[in-house]
Design a protein around this ligand. Structure first.
Ligand code: ZN
Ligand code: ZN
Length: 273
């Protein structure tokens, strides 16, 4: 997939990914990608310290080492592939100032905005989410998720919104399409100038569908929201994974260009043929 970036990649620090960070870069080069952005999970700043699961995100002590390692890889691979310093940053309602303080601690190329924490719990926890969807209702959880996603976009803290339709991850579907809630999130994204990732990760999950799916992606693109490409890789072999399916998906949705980021400046590029 020559010429596309992979803008969502996790290292061992997040507690649920493996492999050496250098091997992720080698994987990106082997697949002909133009860029790779490391985007480890921000420490779980919005939870009390004893509730921060080390299997979900890097610890606060790991933060500086993470930034230094990615900056080192950027130098090491200069001239071969662009290595970007990114972060997958949870949006948590009411904790915007703490988030802004975290984001001020490094000079990012791009910050992914993610909503995983919805109505007091993780929306995508494989062990707990089935019970949550049964108890709280899929329509409610989807609407609440998109409300938070819109709010996240409006903070202006994010360059790219990750896995736009995440609540579907384990196959839980709303009873009717959540068009109004989605449209509000799309509008907020458009107004914020943030891009949306076309992520192959959903293809590896029970839902078996990219984020966002074709209909939603088509509306996002029609609204004038820029897109970029990612795998949400948690192992070197997953870098650039599934692009042979997400590139045609992008074309089918009307995408003609994608964006890359350097020091949070957005650059538009033509979609490869
Ligand atoms: Zn995520
Ligand atoms: Zn991720």
């Amino acid at each position: 997939m020559t010429g596309l970036p992979d803008y969502h990649v996790h290292t061992f620090r997040c507690g649920h990914a493996g492999g050496s960070s250098r091997d992720f870069v080698h994987g990106a080069i082997a697949r002909g990608l133009s860029e790779i952005a490391f985007t480890d999970h921000i420490p779980l700043y919005f939870l009390p310290e004893d509730a921060r699961d080390p299997k979900l995100a890097m610890s606060e002590e790991d933060f500086d080492g993470y930034v230094r390692e990615v900056e080192g890889l950027r130098e090491e691979f200069r001239g071969q592939i662009a290595v970007r310093l990114g972060l997958e940053a949870d949006y948590a309602e009411g904790h915007e100032e703490a988030l802004a303080r975290w984001l001020a601690r490094a000079e990012w190329d791009l910050v992914l905005g993610s909503v995983h924490w919805v109505a007091g719990g993780w929306i995508d926890d494989p062990s707990r989410s089935p019970a949550r969807f049964a108890r709280e209702g899929a329509d409610f959880l989807y609407d609440e998720y998109y409300r938070l996603l819109a709010k996240a976009a409006r903070t202006g803290l994010f360059d790219v919104l990750a896995h736009f339709d995440l609540p579907k991850k384990h196959g839980h579907r709303p009873r009717s399409p959540r068009m109004a809630a989605q449209d509000a999130a799309i509008r907020a994204t458009r107004e914020s100038g943030a891009a949306v990732e076309i992520s192959s990760a959903g293809l590896r999950k029970p839902v078996g569908e990219a984020y966002p799916e074709l209909g939603l992606l088509t509306r996002i693109v029609a609204a004038g929201v820029p897109v970029t490409f990612s795998s949400d890789a948690h192992a070197p072999a997953e870098v650039g994974w599934g692009y042979e399916r997400t590139l045609p998906l992008a074309r089918a949705a009307g995408v003609v260009e994608f964006v890359t980021f350097e020091k949070r400046r957005k650059i538009a590029r033509a979609l490869p043929r």
